[in-house]
Design a protein around this ligand. Structure first.
Ligand SMILES: N[C@@H](CCC(=O)N[C@@H](CS)C(=O)NCC(=O)O)C(=O)O
Length: 280
C-alpha cells in the first residue's frame, strides 16, 4: 500500500511512477488528509477513507508506531507499507520511485518491464550518469530549493537560496533548448528526470511563487521552454503518459489548500492563478 497526499511533491513523484508503470492492481493507493496540527497526516474521510483501511487507525502516526513502537521521528508521506510483513518498506520518495520502476516487473506485461524498454526505460542505461548529475542539482536547488527559500530563517539565507533557484531554472531553460533535450529533458522519452522535476514545476506559479516567495520570475511568463515542457506533460493523454497520469495526479485545489495551511498562517486559500495551468 502507498500512503500519499496530493499536496506533497515527494508523494507526487511516486504517484507518477506508480501510474506510468501501471501498478494499480499491485500497489494500492491510500490518500491521507492534510496534517492535523497535533497528530499530523490523518484519515479524515474528507479526502480518502475515514479510517486506515488496513488497521482502522485515524492517524498515519499509528502505522509508523506499528512498524516500530519506539518511533519518535517525522511521520511523512509518501510511505510504502508491506501488507505481508506488516511494516514500512520505505518512506523515501526517490527510493520508492526506483522500486516502482523495477521491483514489480515480474508481475507486469513484458512491454512494461524496464529491461525490455531499452531507450524508453525511465532510467535508460546510457543516461544513468547524466540523470544522476541532473537529479542532484535539480534536487538541491529546485525541488528542495523552493523549500529552502520558503522556510529561510533570515533575509540573507532567503536571498542565497532564491538566487540559486532561479539560476538553476535559467540553466534548465537553456538545457531544454539543446536539440537532444527535446521534447523531454533527455530527448524523445520521459525519464526519471522529468518525473522528479514535474511536481515542483507544476506547483511553481500556483504556490511557490506566492507562498514561498519564489517570485523573481514565473514559469508561464518567463520560461517558454520549461512552460511548454510542463504543459506537454500535463496535457499528454497518450501511451507515453499512460493516458494522462500527469494531469490525473495533479490536484491544484489540494495543493493550494495544503501549502496555505503550512506556509501562510491564516488558512485563506488563494483564488488564482487563473487558470492554474494554461492550455498547450
Ligand atoms: N524524504 C522524504 C520527504 C518527504 C516529506 O518531507 N514529506 C512531507 C510532505 S511534502 C511530510 O510528510 N511532512 C510531514 C512532517 O515533516 O511532519 C521523501 O522525499 O520522500
Amino acid at each position: 500500500v502507498l500512503y500519499f497526499n496530493y499536496c506533497c511533491p515527494w508523494a507526487h513523484r511516486t504517484l507518477l511512477v506508480h501510474g506510468l508503470k501501471g501498478l494499480e492492481d499491485i500497489v494500492r493507493l491510500v490518500e491521507v488528509d492534510s496534517r492535523d496540527q497535533v497528530h499530523g497526516w490523518w484519515f479524515s474521510g474528507r479526502r480518502g477513507p475515514d479510517r486506515d483501511p488496513l488497521y482502522g487507525g485515524r492517524f498515519m502516526k499509528d502505522l509508523y508506531q506499528r512498524a516500530d513502537p519506539n518511533y519518535n521521528g517525522r511521520v511523512t508521506v509518501p510511505m510504502l507499507w508491506d501488507t505481508k510483513y506488516e511494516t514500512i518498506v520505505n518512506n523515501e520518495s526517490s527510493e520508492i520511485m526506483r522500486m516502482f520502476s523495477e521491483a514489480f516487473d515480474d508481475f507486469l506485461p513484458l512491454e512494461k518491464q524496464e529491461r525490455n524498454k531499452g531507450d524508453a526505460a525511465l532510467v535508460p542505461q546510457h543516461l544513468q550518469k547524466q540523470l544522476d548529475v541532473l537529479n542532484k542539482w535539480v534536487y538541491d536547488t529546485i525541488n528542495n530549493g523552493v523549500y529552502k527559500a520558503g522556510f529561510a530563517s533570515s533575509q540573507g539565507v532567503y536571498k542565497e537560496h532564491v538566487t540559486r533557484l532561479f539560476q538553476s531554472l535559467d540553466q534548465l531553460e537553456y538545457h531544454l533548448g539543446e536539440g537532444e533535450h527535446y521534447p523531454y529533458l533527455f530527448g524523445e522519452h520521459i525519464t526519471e528526470a522529468d518525473i522528479r522535476l514535474y511536481p515542483t514545476i507544476v506547483r511553481f506559479d500556483v504556490v511557490y511563487y506566492t507562498l514561498f516567495k519564489c517570485n523573481m520570475k514565473m514559469i508561464r511568463l518567463d520560461y517558454p521552454r520549461i512552460h511548454e515542457w510542463l504543459r506537454r506533460l500535463y496535457w499528454n493523454e497518450g501511451l507515453e503518459s499512460a493516458g494522462g497520469v500527469f494531469r490525473k495526479t495533479t490536484n491544484f485545489e489540494e495543493i493550494k489548500r495544503g501549502y496555505t495551511s503550512v506556509a501562510a498562517g491564516n488558512g485563506i486559500i488563494p483564488a488564482g492563478p487563473v487558470p492554474h495551468i494554461l492550455p498547450l
